[in-house]
Design a protein around this ligand. Structure first.
Ligand code: GAR
Length: 195
């Protein structure tokens, strides 16, 4: 059997996408990679509890030395692949250039719509509703020096329904797109990393 890609997941909040990855590991959808570390820049992130419940090691790192401390952790845990799952901090160009095609991000829109600096979390859905689009969705992409600008790996469209609130739209995009796409992309890339 080939070795599994060692995955670190970076989180900031509720961690439903992390949960989707952990569940995918349980069910076997994600089998070419293994989540060995969850790093949060927010000590109150519920994602940390989800990781602990699944028996995955966690670390909290924040402040100006974040990236240097992250580098040390990634080395310590011999990480092959980084997944941003609701991680609300932009990584610097010097950091992303060290991990070409080795950082994945899930974004809650059909890139290139409603993406880039300032578009994160609920804001993305508020803007989609304000613009009046009838279809939105989610994108999993590689991370490079341009926020939400790296190569697209998977995308899935989701309908906007009349009367949607940002929260309702966010939930539908998660259920119908993010929680499906992120584990699929994680498997796809993990397979390549160790091939
Ligand atoms: C998700 O919708 C994710 O796509 C989005 O934040 C939410 C995090 O939820 N990420 C971004 O907007 C990044 N630009 P979660 O913590 O429950 O996974």
């Amino acid at each position: 059997m080939t070795e599994k890609a060692r995955i670190a997941v970076l989180v900031s909040g509720g961690g439903t996408n992390l949960q989707a990855l952990l569940d995918a590991q349980q069910s076997g959808i994600l089998h070419s990679g293994e989540i060995v570390l969850v790093v949060s820049n927010n000590s109150k992130a519920y994602a940390l509890e989800r990781a602990a419940k699944a028996g995955v090691e966690t670390a909290v790192r924040k402040g100006p030395a974040f990236e240097d401390e992250l580098r040390a952790l990634l080395q310590q845990y011999r990480i092959d692949l980084i997944i941003l799952a609701g991680f609300m901090r932009i990584l610097s160009e010097s950091f992303t250039s060290e991990w070409p095609n080795r950082i994945l991000n899930v974004h809650p829109s059909l890139i290139p719509a409603f993406c880039g600096k300032g578009y994160y979390g609920l804001r993305v859905h508020e803007e989609a509703l304000r613009r009046g689009v009838k279809v939105t969705g989610a994108t999993v992409h590689f991370v490079n020096e341009i926020p939400d600008g790296g190569e697209i790996i998977l995308q899935k469209a989701v309908d906007v329904l009349p009367g949607d609130t940002p929260e309702q739209l966010q939930r539908r995009v998660m259920e119908q797109a993010e929680w499906i796409l992120l584990p699929q992309a994680a498997e796809l890339v993990s397979k390549g990393v160790k091939a």
